[in-house]
Design a protein around this ligand. Sequence first.
Ligand code: FPP
Length: 251
Amino acid sequence: MALTEQGQIPKHVAVIMDGNGRWAKKRNLPRSEGHKQGALVLESLFEECIRQNIKVVSLYAFSTENWKRPKSEIKTLFSLLDTFITEKLDTMVKLGVKLFISGDISKLPKRSQKKIETALAKTKKGKKLIANFCINYGSRDEIKRAALLILQSRLQKIKSLSELEKVQKRKISEKEFSAKLYTKTLPDVDLLIRTAGEKRLSNFMLYQAAYAELYFTETLWPDFNKKELQAAIRFYQSRVRKFGGLPDSEQ
Ligand code: FPP
């Protein structure tokens, strides 16, 4: 069921896809099976996002901290990403999905980087949904990187001592700072979903989710389906967003 009639639809939904390991463990399967099943959920997630008129979906696929996992699991995750991008590329194009990447992908295997580049080029005209894959992504890393980029661009412009003084005093606007994040021009996160019962942000979208509504569900990621997304949207529609002010009804 389309929920546009029932209230506001979040423009940007960010998802922490947690619980793949537990899904596999419950079935006596290797963790890789949980990840595999988790990747299979994505196509129907994209379909439902489009049906509900969500414009951006961000997926926490691999964090800057995930390098601490066993090498074999890391390999599985990148190979699943390669398979997903190869096998679902035509589907993404057909659906109107535009791929977007947040994170430092230069640290990924060359093969994955190439597949990502191809998919970025092939999906660049997608108008229905931006699928922001967060790979080797961590908010702290992203924020430090943005600060460095701003510093570098300001330093480049300094030609004299008086200019240095001016530059030191110049404030940084939110617009300027946001533009240096990996997410660049994407809108702020409206709804952040975390599956599998944990209630933490784990270094995900800390800047962009400043005013996001947070939705936690016990459902493990491989079991997350269209109905689950609808439940999250209904939760979002039940919230009164104030952004630090007062709701319209009390002004
Ligand atoms: C957390 O589950 C999930 C991840 C670290 C990676 C998410 C990856 C996928 C959904 C599959 C591959 C993705 C793509 C983009 C094709 P966990 O392993 O921490 O689960 P646990 O907490 O139950 O152990």
